[in-house]
Design a protein around this ligand. Sequence first.
Ligand code: CP
Length: 363
Amino acid sequence: MKTRHLIDLDDLSLDEINQILDLAKVIMAHPPYYLDSCHGKLMATLFYEPSTRTQMSFQSAMLKLGGQVIGFDNPGNSSVSKGESLKDTVRVVSNYADVVVIRHPKEGTAKAAGMFSRAPVINAGDGGHLHPTQTLTDLFTLLNTKGRLDHLAVGFCGDLKNGRTVHSLIKTLIRYPGSRFILISTPELALPDYLKDLVRAAGCDYTECASLYDAIGDVDVLYMTRIQQERFASREEYEKQKGAFVLDTETLKRARYGLKILHPLPRVDEIDYAVDDDPRAVYFEQTEYGMFARMALILHMLDGSKKQLDARPESNTPHRCANPRCITSTESYLPRLFKKTDGGLFCEYCDAAQPAGGGEEGR
Ligand code: CP
């Protein structure tokens, strides 16, 4: 059966991902053919957290397909400000819309929303967890600029702990043969262990490194990210990491001729403005590729979709996740969902490892 919701790109087979990318290429070549593809369809964008690219590229994508858009970009102007739960908001909005795009600061929100939505839900970023449509953007950018998605040495630089775009892209690139990663961060902002375990389990190589200057010569792709101020517990903690990595023209002299520099944006201070003029910098093209990728995704998600509520796991036991940034910390009705692996017990909403003996084991 076709995937109804896009919470994680793991919800799609590699064939489906490649089909979406192929469709994006056709749409990009012939936009007028698709002007009426979504005539009569409505997309709701529920943005509980700020956004420029994701929100506007989804909106542009739907409008260019002939559909229409409703939603909010400030929950303070919606009934969320009166205390309405995620469950009720999504249940109501999915009565109006044919597809629901949601961004939220809490990890696992899109998964939770999918349980109560009658329309397909697309994860537009859930806290520091995942951002699958940015990954479609990144893959489509790589296809168009590098010409392939396999056998790439990719350097990820910056906030690898909180960077949801990094998490989603790594989870997807390990599905393509020959992917290799250089993880460039401070120890405090290193990639979470559960993702390193996935990379190892997929048989991919990775190395960790604290110097962009040392690593840049070894990569085909450099994926820069900002230090995510909004995910830090305090301003003081952020200040300790701020400015840790800056890509400037001097550092770029050590890079390969065919390097491609990607960045999900927004940029703060991690790429010097002088780098923008280097032909290897493709982060502004990336934003346009993202719109075509989202047009293809919308068509894929709406194709044959019917309004329905999915079956939910029944549980009278409250879900208690150890991660305070998990959506279950604020939405108390969510059913209990943990998965047990050789590596321990993990929350199925946010993927956080649960401490041994934390009370959830064996329930
Ligand atoms: N890349 C990205 O998610 O940007 P926005 O936060 O502006 O949507």
